[in-house]
Write a protein that binds this ligand. Structure first.
Ligand code: F6R
Length: 269
């Protein structure tokens, strides 16, 4: 699944594949998602995937949906859990992640609607903690995540687990919950919301602990704007100030696929 001119590195125990550009990242990532589905299906007849939204995976979903439409890939025995959702937001709001997933994947493949789980941005606030806990329980009841797809924020966030000063041991156990978005995340969300005032400042997010419990994790990063966070996650210490660095604690289950611009601050980059 790798071309001769890709670069493979091992950083903090994690496999890192560096390819030329974002299109290559997405092509290779789609191969990995497909392989994860096939190996889980072969092992136990079903696959449980954790999915990400944002700009980075759009073309990954495009490729997977194309493969489905070509008759080469089925989601019939797949269950999905998305990383996050703005709060509060209606699922029919085009800026919701539920709506993003319908556009990019769910609406194009044969995934059962009741097995495509996205945190509910309409739960009453007093019920949000119970809803988040239920999300984690459902993942467990489904046998856990076979595979988790991740992007990384410019501030090093994964899901919407934002930088904090918590002790690492505490961050590693964080469950799914309601969070405040970091100023950098809000600034980046202007792309979807049009203005900083319009950005919804809170979200429900899968916890670091939930993410790290996945049996394999694929983290994607593209473009020079991600180079600093990528270097901190891969070559810096494990710290809650860079949530993606916490992936080092599951190093042998983590693969990064990044493009040359995102790898710009890595050794030999
Ligand atoms: C999205 C998510 C976020 C994004 C990250 C990168 O579900 O959990 O962590 O993966 O903010 O976003 P993009 O790909 O838009 O740069």
């Amino acid at each position: 699944m790798k071309d001769a001119d890709d670069r493979s590195l091992r950083l903090a125990g994690m496999s890192v594949i560096v390819v030329e550009n974002a299109a290559e990242v997405c092509r290779l990532a789609a191969d990995h998602v497909e392989a994860a589905i096939r190996s889980a299906l072969a092992a136990c007849g079903r696959a449980v995937l954790g999915l990400a939204t944002g700009a980075t995976p759009e073309a990954v979903y495009g490729r997977l949906a194309d493969r489905h439409e070509a008759g080469a890939l089925s989601f019939r025995d797949v269950t999905t859990y998305n990383l996050d959702e703005y709060y509060p937001i209606s699922p029919i709001d085009p800026r919701s992640y539920r709506s993003y997933m319908h556009r990019h994947l769910f609406g194009r493949v044969d995934l059962a609607p009741d097995r495509a789980h996205v945190l509910d941005g309409t739960v009453p606030e007093g019920f949000a903690a119970e809803h988040a806990a239920e999300f984690d329980r459902w993942i467990q009841a489904d046998g856990g995540l076979d595979f988790q797809l991740l992007g990384i924020g410019r501030n090093g966030h994964i899901g919407f687990n934002e930088p904090t000063d918590l002790p690492v041991a505490e961050s590693l156990r964080l469950p799914t919950r309601l969070v405040e978005l970091h100023p950098v995340t809000r600034a980046d969300a202007v792309r979807e919301f049009g203005s900083i005032e319009a950005v919804i400042p809170r979200a429900l997010t899968m916890g670091v602990g939930t993410i790290l419990s996945a049996r394999s994790i694929l983290s994607l990063a593209t473009g020079p704007r991600k180079a600093e966070a990528v270097a901190a996650a891969l070559t810096g210490p494990m710290t809650s100030a860079v949530p993606a660095s916490l992936l080092q604690s599951a190093a042998d289950r983590v693969i990064w696929i990044i493009d040359e611009p995102a790898a710009g601050l890595l050794p030999g980059g």
